[in-house]
Each structure stands twice: as C-alpha cells, then as structure tokens.
Design a binder for this molecule. Sequence first.
Ligand code: EAX
Length: 323
Amino acid sequence: CACLFACLFLVCMLVTGLPLQASAAQISLAVVTKPGSAQYIAAAKFAELVKERSNGATTVKIFHSGALGTETEMLQQIQLGAVQMGIITLGPFDTFVPEVKVVAFPFLFKDHATVDRVLDGPVGQEILKTLESAGFKGLAFSENGFRHLTNSRQPVHTAMDAGGLKIRVMESTFHKELWRALGANPTPMGWPIYSELQQHTIDAQENPLWVLSVYKLYEVQKYLSLTGHVYSTHIDIANLGWFNSLPADQQTLIATAMHDAAIFQRAYNRSQEAANLEEMRANGMIVEEHPDLQSFRDRVAKLRDMDMYAAPATRALLDKILE
Ligand code: EAX
C-alpha cells in the first residue's frame, strides 16, 4: 500500500511537474503575548515581509495571546511540528537547550550596542546552532528588552530591599535561582500574570517597560526599580525538520524575513522605552531610577559557580560573551 502510494505520488509529480519539496503556503507562528507586544510586533513584521516577498504565495498565521498555552507549551508544540514557528522569550528555553541561558546572565550586557555586537556576531550564530539539539532551527533574535523589577510592597533601592518579595519568574530554572540568590521568594509561572498580582498571590514581577504598558501592570504594581538585571531576548525559531524540508529559496526567504523583522522590531522597541517610563510615572508608579546595582551584582556573582553553569559547553559560551 505504501508502495502504491509512493508510485502514485511519483506519477503525480511527473504529470504536474511540482517539485518534490513542498513549499509552505501557510505558516503557523506562535507568540504568547498580545497585539502591541514586542513578540507580536516582530511576528506581524515577519508576516508582512513573507507575504510581500513571496508575492502573496506564502502567508503567516499568527497564534497569539496564549491561544497555544504558555511559552513552554508552545516550545513543545514547535518541537513536535504541530506549530511551525515561534517567537519565544529566552527564559523558558533553558529546559530545552541549557546553553542558551548564558544570554540571560545578570548584568552581562552594558547596553544595546553590546547586545547587538554579540547576538549579531559569531557567538549569536553559535547560540542559534545549539538549538538544533532540541529540534529547533534558530533564525534570529528579536527583543524583549532589559528587565526591571516592580512590586506592590515597597521601594527597592538595594538587593536587600528585594529580600522576601514573592516574585513571579518565567518558567526557567535559571531565573528561579537568580531570584533565590537575591533573597526573594520566586514562583515560576507562564504569562500573563495580572490577576495574580491583583490578588496579591505574588508581590512582584520583572519585565521590560513595554510590558508594564501593554499589560497595564501599573494598575497593580506601585514601585518600579530600573534594575536592568537581565537582557531578555526572544529567539525566533522554526521546527528544524520542517524548515529543512522546504526548498532552498523558501528557506532563504523565511530566514531573511525573520532577520529583517528582528532588526526592525529591536529598533522599534528601543524607541519606545522613554515614553513607556513616562507613562508609568503618569500612572502613579514610584520610580527608583538609580538602584544600588552593586548590591545586586554582589548577590548574583555566585551563579557563575553553580552547577547549571558548570557544563563545559555552557561555560565556554559564557566566557566567549564575557570576553
Ligand atoms: O514578553 O513571561 C515573561 O515574563 C515575558 O517576558 C512576558 O511574557 C513578556
């Protein structure tokens, strides 16, 4: 029966002249956040570029706002090929590909220029390559942004002030250890978290400024400290088997469209930061602009010596970035 099917398929190919590799007519792409979010802006730009550059032959369907579950669940679905592509915050990747957490190492990047130099250079390429071990094709890095701490209890100037806060962290062992090291009480959760903050199941969260604006977290969080403790990238991925099965010209189209969408979105994200901060002030948040970052650095220094950073591949990547 399988043989008959194969024969029929071959005859079809001969008659229709279609290439053996099937081009994708519609691509499914998952983001956990909603329209207006950093992930969605990158996704929408990608969809626009793919449609334009394929002259309408390929379209992208964006699944958003948690339609496919949490980012961990989305990664599982992409791994299985049930969804073809995703723009996913780096945090939840660490159970799939342990090496990638090097990018989220606290206080690693001093500014956006350094981020771009690392992620757009050979180390970035190496990080994208590591994703293949988990069945992902790494295409590009779009941006969530530098993460800052907010809470509903008290102003946070030093790391000591963050002690004891019940904080939501991403579904990531690394982020959990990071907040443990800071003396807080971290709980990993998917996104979104508005009602948990509102009901005081948790006191605190940490995210880039756009998140406070798009998800109106200023309604349920009073204090903002500009800690910038972690640079949060997204990794823009495809299911590896699916990507490799596409004709070469379509692979190139997808890869370059995602690259260009990421560059566009990073610039957009950065252009919004000052306005986002003003918006938080206007909505009554109390902003600690210059927290004592040394006190945070001192407490997280020990993360480098923890087991999760001891694996040679992880250690080597971290050392390369530090260089
Ligand atoms: O992208 O889960 C997180 O904290 C993410 O940074 C959030 O969904 C916004």
